[in-house]
Design a protein. Structure first.
Length: 354
């Protein structure tokens, strides 16, 4: 009898152990805060965050909903370039920016492969075929579907359960393509949880730790319209992303002599009228302009940040320079510094040999 009792005790214990193993998912069987379901709001937001952003190469394809797979060969104003990475987009822009009064062209060497919003790929053999694909994109002035102001920090893992609440698989998500496919496949699973905590990266580079599905939904919704997604086709509008007024102060303090490299007002080129004029931007906000034995005096001031820095110039006797200009770009190379200003279609560039 004693042996029978021990045997029954062991069997009951084994049964309890098996039952425990079947339902133990490591989350104390309470997965409500981590469960994600197909077609839910948070799933839609996650999909939009992971969607392929096609705006980075708009200088090539003028399309936000697709991107050209690199490497790709293009001919820009007669110069052939092989674009191996995103730095190559700046090489294209540099050639386009060489002259303001020419007709720019970017000619693609076909065939190419394009990556669509869902990361599927299509081989394209001509401008006509590319135009057919880009016609499905939103206009550059309209909001596209993807969310670019927040990103996931990978890897992220998810747990998959069957209808009996048994853990059957753990999925590792390593990039946006994986995340997009994961959300797209949610309907195939009985139950799925995100293994929190996870980290999201905001547009300003800061990070946020997220511990529940609700927190993740709130984070994406808060970040969705918090930055300029730069989906337009103005390739020059981000050249001063990191510019500050302190940069100008430093440059003007170090470079005491600037000359006019470009001056266009009302579609008229005026830079030749100011050959030999030397401009000094003093740290007290004054400007001194000297040409031979003639001197003009004026003032300058700068305010704002990044691509929204305004420079007000007022020089007595030189009205061609007087305006509230936007700082377009600061270029510094060995032995050369250039400060480029714009006001609508008007252009003003100062160049120094320092």
């Amino acid at each position: 009898m004693k042996t029978l009792k021990i045997t029954l005790f062991l069997l009951v214990g084994l049964l309890i152990s098996i039952t425990s193993c079947d339902t133990d998912d490591g989350l104390n069987n309470d997965r409500t805060d981590a469960t994600i379901t197909a077609n839910s709001n948070v799933a839609l937001l996650m999909s939009k965050t992971a969607t392929n952003d096609g705006s980075a190469d708009n200088i090539i394809d003028s399309a936000n909903c697709l991107s050209v797979q690199l490497p790709v060969t293009v001919t820009v104003n007669g110069t052939t370039l092989i674009i191996d990475d995103e730095d190559g987009y700046e090489d294209i822009e540099d050639i386009i920016d060489l002259f303001d009064d020419d007709v720019d062209s970017v000619v693609i060497s076909y065939p190419i492969t394009v990556i669509l919003a869902d990361y599927s790929t299509v081989t394209v053999n001509s401008d006509t075929e590319l135009a057919t694909l880009t016609a499905t994109c939103t206009d550059e002035n309209d909001d596209d579907d993807d969310i670019e102001c927040i990103d996931f920090q990978y890897p992220i893992t998810a747990s998959v359960f069957d209808t009996n609440n048994v853990l059957v698989n753990t999925i590792t998500i390593n990039n946006d393509n994986d995340m997009y496919d994961f959300i797209d496949d949610l309907e195939e699973f009985a139950s799925v949880t995100i293994n929190f905590p996870i980290t999201v990266i905001l547009a300003d580079g800061t990070t946020q730790t997220v511990t529940t599905i609700q927190e993740l939904e709130n984070a994406i919704e808060t970040a969705e319209d918090s930055c300029d997604e730069d989906d337009d086709y103005d390739y020059d509008d981000d050249d001063c992303d990191t510019c500050t007024t302190a940069d100008l102060d430093r440059i003007f303090a170090a470079c005491l002599q600037f000359e006019v490299d470009d001056l266009t007002r009302n579609d008229t080129d005026l830079e030749d009228n100011y050959a030999g004029y030397v401009f000094t931007f003093n740290n007290d906000g004054t400007i001194t302009v000297v040409e031979n034995t003639t001197t003009w005096n004026g003032s300058w001031s700068a305010s704002g940040t990044a691509n929204d820095i305004d420079i007000i110039i007022n020089i007595n006797g030189l009205p061609d320079f007087n305006a509230s200009w936007n700082l377009h770009e600061i270029e510094q190379e060995l032995g050369e510094t250039e400060v480029e200003l714009r006001l609508g279609d008007d252009r003003l560039s100062f160049e120094s040999d320092c």
